[in-house]
Design a protein around this ligand. Structure first.
Ligand code: NAD
Length: 497
């Protein structure tokens, strides 16, 4: 059984707290490792290392940073398969999906490789006589990143490559449930030439997180995880004077209009609802079917859902792997009988699925609930598993009203062939990311990612232009090179002429 340690000051740092978390292989249910859980003193060591590295790293040339990031890109590319295997072993998602996660993370490293272009300032000459104004953006200092279990490589890559490209140093606190991929990412960054102390990693739970949120030498916190913890992180870190972006949970709706191609809509719903066993913040968890297509759409989704192959992520034939823990599996399963009791129609019930040879794994089959109404628990909660609800509505307007009354606003999608309706939806829907005939509208690296309402606390989305702004602060310099004739005392407010 392996022990997964911290990474401080450019090397492995053995856990000193005496506390460890359990790491399991969700496909077999067996414990495969233990992860060191940092105490306050260990977090402080990581922050001290980052703080010490900041003056020289923030002063490094753009050419130097770019070189390191290009090296990093090459190394990640060469280690895609290894990283995907680490993800599958601890998260459970199928290997092809894990490879997809690494690829999306790589996009942000590629964005960071363009940092000289992204950090360009602005200059206005002669704003007044012999006066020029220049705006630049400078790094903040030490930034902390706290990440969820469901994208153990991609979400850390959303954060630290861009943060360090901007000249910050970093302390990462990945999920303690599947920590090995993040540790490998940080080791590879060091191999790529990131100097010691620029990226540190501490594993841990609430104790480590809360120390990061209050540490006086942390300037900013990027968080991705569930809504209650995002709220806690935002509140606590803000109260401690830090800049915060805290991305939370979701309940993403897919509105299907009667004119949509129903086969394509059903394909999209199944892929987006059950991919990664529904453990994606951009998973579609509610299909909103506009009358009269409900019956036909449900039939098409059910037919596809029943054909999905569930099995270990290491088997290339598996399309969906297990859930992250036994407790989570049982919680997800409980929504199906509850929905039945509350009046929903259970069209596909995957709760009894057993995978031969993997009886102790945290597997669950896919479930499809029809005629779900907004009061039901299955509709109210973020289930975060392969349970798809269908809500029927009489019109586009009713569908929009339903979506806009959700407490979350991460992603949403419309399926239609009507350009005018799609345009209306794009403008009227209250969500941060909208898909038109695209079920999982995760933006590319050069557009920012983030939700509205309870899906994001803070002012900045993650990566893209918002990421650059989040990891830097503005400075404006006003310069005059006076003529001999300039001068004289004037107590009036400076005016430009
Ligand atoms: P989580 O909130 O349980 O954990 C996220 C991080 O917070 C982990 O590093 C964890 O160690 C830490 N944490 C957990 N409990 C804490 C506490 N009480 N105090 C301080 N820190 C704590 O989330 P998760 O279960 O790992 O991930 C799934 C959730 O993340 C889902 O709700 C999903 O929607 C959300 N998510 C959102 C996005 C997004 O972009 N909006 C992306 C991925 C995941």
């Amino acid at each position: 059984m392996k022990t997964i340690q911290h990474w401080i000051d450019g090397r492995i740092a053995e856990g000193a707290s005496g506390r460890y978390g359990v790491v399991t292989n969700p496909a077999t249910g067996e414990q495969t490792g233990q992860v060191a859980l940092a105490n306050t003193a260990e977090v402080d060591r990581a922050v001290a290392s980052a703080a010490e590295a900041f003056p020289s790293w923030s002063n490094s040339s753009l050419a130097q940073r770019t070189q390191v990031l290009f090296n990093y890109r090459e190394l990640l590319n060469a280690h895609r398969d290894e990283l995907a295997s680490l993800i599958t072993a601890e998260h459970g998602k199928v290997h092809s999906d894990a490879l997809g996660e690494v690829a999306r993370g790589l996009e942000i490293v590629e964005l960071a490789c363009g940092i000289p272009q992204l950090l360009k300032g602005e200059t206005s000459t002669q704003v007044s006589n012999r006066v020029d104004v220049e705006s630049i953006r400078q790094p903040l200092g030490v930034v902390a990143g706290i990440t969820p279990f469901n994208f153990p490589a991609m979400v850390p890559l959303w954060m630290f490559p861009l943060a360090i490209a901007c000249g910050n140093t970093f302390v990462l606190k990945p999920s303690e449930k599947d920590p090995s991929a993040a540790l490998r990412l940080v080791e590879l960054a060091s191999e790529a030439g990131v100097p010691d102390g620029v990226v540190n990693l501490v594993h841990g739970d609430k104790e480590a997180v809360d120390r990061l949120l209050e540490h006086p030498d942390i300037a900013a916190v990027s968080f991705v995880g569930s809504t209650p913890i995002a709220e806690h992180v935002h509140r606590t870190a803000s109260a401690n004077g830090k800049r915060v972006q805290a991305l939370g949970g979701a309940k993403n709706h897919m509105l299907v209009l009667p004119d949509a191609n129903l086969d394509q809509a059903a394909d999209a719903a199944v892929s987006a609802a059950y991919g990664s066993a529904g453990e994606r913040c951009m998973a579609v968890s509610v299909v909103v079917a506009v009358d009269p297509i409900g019956d036909e759409l449900v039939d098409k989704i059910a037919e596809r859902a029943r054909a999905l192959r569930v099995g270990p992520g290491t088997d290339p034939a598996s399309e969906m792997g297990p859930l992250i823990t036994r407790e989570h599996r049982d919680k997800v399963a409980s929504y199906v009988p509850k929905a039945r009791e509350q009046g929903a129609e259970v069209v596909v019930d995957g709760t009894e699925l057993k995978v031969e040879g993997y009886e102790n794994g945290f597997f669950i089959g896919v479930s499809l609930l029809d005629k779900v109404t907004p009061e039901m628990d299955a509709y109210q909660d973020e289930i975060f598993g392969p349970v798809l609800s269908v809500v029927r509505v009489p019109s586009y307007e009713e569908g929009l009203k339903l979506i806009n009354s959700s407490r979350w606003g991460n992603g949403t999608a419309i399926f239609t062939r009507d350009g005018g309706a799609a345009r209306r939806f794009k403008l009227e829907v209250q969500a941060g990311m909208v898909g038109v005939n695209v079920p999982i509208p995760v933006p590319v690296g050069y557009h920012s990612f983030g939700g509205w309402k309870d899906s994001l606390f803070g002012d900045h989305h993650i990566y893209g232009t918002d990421g650059i702004h989040f990891y830097t602060r503005g400075k404006v310099t006003t310069t005059r090179w006076p003529d001999p004739s300039d001068g004289g005392i004037d107590l009036g407010f400076p005016s430009n002429s």
